[in-house]
Write a protein that binds this ligand. Structure first.
Ligand SMILES: CC(=O)N[C@H]1[C@@H](OP(=O)(O)OP(=O)(O)OC[C@H]2O[C@@H](n3ccc(=O)[nH]c3=O)[C@H](O)[C@@H]2O)O[C@H](CO)[C@@H](O)[C@@H]1O[C@H](C)C(=O)N[C@@H](C)C(=O)N[C@H](CCC(=O)O)C(=O)O
Ligand SMILES: Nc1ncnc2c1ncn2[C@@H]1O[C@H](COP(=O)(O)OP(=O)(O)OP(=O)(O)O)[C@@H](O)[C@H]1O
Ligand SMILES: N[C@H](CCC[C@H](N)C(=O)O)C(=O)O
Ligand SMILES: [Mg+2]
Length: 471
């Protein structure tokens, strides 16, 4: 492709690819020079050109010599716009999910529902790029814009027609998912997380709202979980832009959760939609999983899915890896669940999901991540203390921080917690303590396969360790 086809200015240089990291520039690359949190990408422009960049997308005041300067006051948006032209075509139906918790679960459920309806579907998010045949990790929930657009185009080439992706707040604030038409966007909820990166809750929420204010197609559909106090803002934005709105939840107008009856291994949902009442057996436990399943159904219906078929298919949803995953049964008979709860709200939701199933005590093992929002640690401790009967505080990816100091901050919210830094020992202690009527919840790592300590990733899988401890 010629540069002029992308810029409309007639340059004849051949474009071979796009990069936002100068180390990935090869001859023919268009380089995006962005100012970030750690580096100023503009400083790498001469290096990028020396490596063969044919054009640089950068602010007008920046000096670009020896390559075309694609000028923009918002280089990230302009870069995404041009890159999308280069990488297109994309799957004809793409939907996005944002919210503090529930993104991974929802996109995975959308993918499954589409598959059941006979579509060639994929999802992109924390679990990686997932298709019917494989799951490939990208390392981030929302990959950088070049990885994202090239992956999405690659999926289209493989025949994927339907894509559901997670839009994290980092991804939205860094314009990682621009450039492709988003037919429907969902909002799951908002609660505390990532205040190391966002300056406050308002700033965090604003980043998420970008999905509705800027990214969603002008004639796309907003699917909103109505039982969250923040939903009104999302609805206002969608209303202002003239988007069709599907509200979901007990307070939902479009898809109303009329009743939810937990049974031992699943739950029965009564759903009202379009004047019809549906009764569905959802093979997953917990109010939060019912919420995600209904939002997923909302996205499928928003993009043309048949409502009766979609609600009926909820009965065939497979569990999402590491989300209330039943890992093992203790010798005493107590089940052990692994869940990815790593925010105060998620800990509360995971405990609420399991509480009705425990005749005895709920035992929780969890920790908080290093180099992440420190202010959520004490509230995580408090949420565990409030909901669980026995709390064991352990390590969860201390990264470059002092693990003991992180544990102390968590324990501030739960002074009666038992502290066992070594995660394997903590899980073993929880399993040993569990009586026949109890439930063990191991929270925070879900599907993760490693414990990040310093710069090292030590192999660690909560599910395997739970199985060893129970054996
Ligand atoms: C805080 C954060 O999100 N940082 C990400 C982001 O950084 P940034 O835009 O601030 O960039 P920067 O590192 O300051 O660099 C500025 C620019 O210079 C470029 N550069 C930099 C160095 C160099 O030698 N050459 C060069 O060209 C960079 O590519 C970048 O374009 O852009 C980088 C390039 O795409 C990402 O690798 C990096 O993710 C880091 C590794 C990260 O840990 N991010 C996590 C926190 C994250 O994004 N998490 C979210 C949410 C998780 C969830 O709750 O689900 C996610 O979507 O995964
Ligand atoms: N709708 C929900 N409401 C409250 N809590 C939820 C909801 N969905 C999921 N959770 C909690 O959050 C955890 C993470 O869920 P999931 O991975 O789907 O969220 P996510 O938004 O993708 O998270 P991340 O920010 O890490 O990508 C779950 O294991 C559960 O504890
Ligand atoms: N996407 C989240 C995952 C956190 C998972 C938890 N295990 C931790 O390391 O804190 C983050 O990067 O903040
Ligand atoms: Mg996720």
């Amino acid at each position: 492709m010629r540069l002029g086809e992308l810029t409309g200015k007639g340059e004849q240089d051949i474009v071979t690819g796009f990069a936002i990291d100068h180390r990935k520039v090869a001859p023919g690359t268009v380089f995006g020079a962005f100012r970030g949190t750690r580096f100023n990408g503009e400083e790498f422009i001469p290096d990028a050109i020396a490596r063969g960049a044919v054009a640089v997308v950068a602010r007008p005041e920046v000096k670009v010599e020896g390559a075309a300067h694609i000028v923009s006051d918002h280089p990230r948006t302009e870069f995404a716009r041009i890159a999308a032209k280069f990488f297109a075509p994309f799957p004809e139906t793409s939907v996005a999910v944002t919210g503090t918790n529930g993104k991974t679960s929802t996109v995975e459920m959308v993918r499954q529902l589409w598959l059941m309806a006979g579509h060639h579907a994929a999802s992109i998010g924390t679990l990686g790029v997932t298709t019917a045949s494989e799951m490939v990790s990208t390392g981030l929930t929302t990959p950088d814009v070049v990885t994202f657009l090239s992956n999405v185009a690659g999926l289209a080439r493989e025949g994927v027609t339907h894509l559901a992706f997670e839009a994290s707040s980092h991804g939205l604030s860094q314009y990682r998912t621009e450039g492709l038409p988003v037919r429907a966007a969902a909002f799951t909820n908002l609660s505390r997380d990532h205040l190391d990166y966002h300056k406050d809750m308002a700033d965090y929420f604003t980043a998420k709202l970008r999905l509705f204010a800027d990214v969603l197609d002008p004639n796309g559909v907003a699917v909103v979980w109505a039982d969250d106090p923040h939903s009104e803002r999302v609805i206002d934005i969608a209303r202002m832009r003239g988007n069709r709105i599907i509200t979901v939840g007990e307070h939902g107008d479009t898809i109303r959760l009329v009743a939810r009856e937990p049974t031992l291994l699943d739950q029965k949902l009564t759903i009202a939609h379009g004047g019809v009442e549906y009764r569905v057996g959802l093979p997953l436990i917990g109010g939060y999983q019912a919420a995600n399943a209904l939002i997923a159904a909302g996205l499928v219906i928003a993009t043309g899915g048949d409502p009766a078929q979609t609600f009926a298919n909820l009965a065939r949803l497979q569990p999402v890896r590491g989300r209330l995953e039943r890992a093992a049964i203790c010798k005493s008979g107590a089940p052990i669940y692994v869940d990815y709860a790593h925010t105060p709200d998620a800990i509360e939701a995971a405990i609420a999901a399991l509480k009705p199933h425990a005749a005895g005590r709920l035992i929780i093992v969890f920790g908080a991540g290093g180099d992440r929002d420190a202010g959520k640690r004490e509230p995580m401790g408090l949420a565990a203390c409030t909901g669980a009967d026995l709390v064991i505080v352990t390590d969860d990816n201390p990264r470059e921080e002092d693990a003991a100091a992180i544990r102390r901050q968590v324990i501030k919210g739960c002074p009666q917690a038992t502290e066992i830094g070594d995660r394997r020992a903590a899980i073993t202690a929880a399993v040993a303590a569990a009586g026949p009527e109890d439930i063990v919840l191991i929270a925070g790592k879900g599907h993760e396969q490693g414990q990040i300590v310093g710069g090292m990733v030590l192999p660690f899988d909560d599910v395997s360790v739970a199985r060893e401890a129970a054996a």
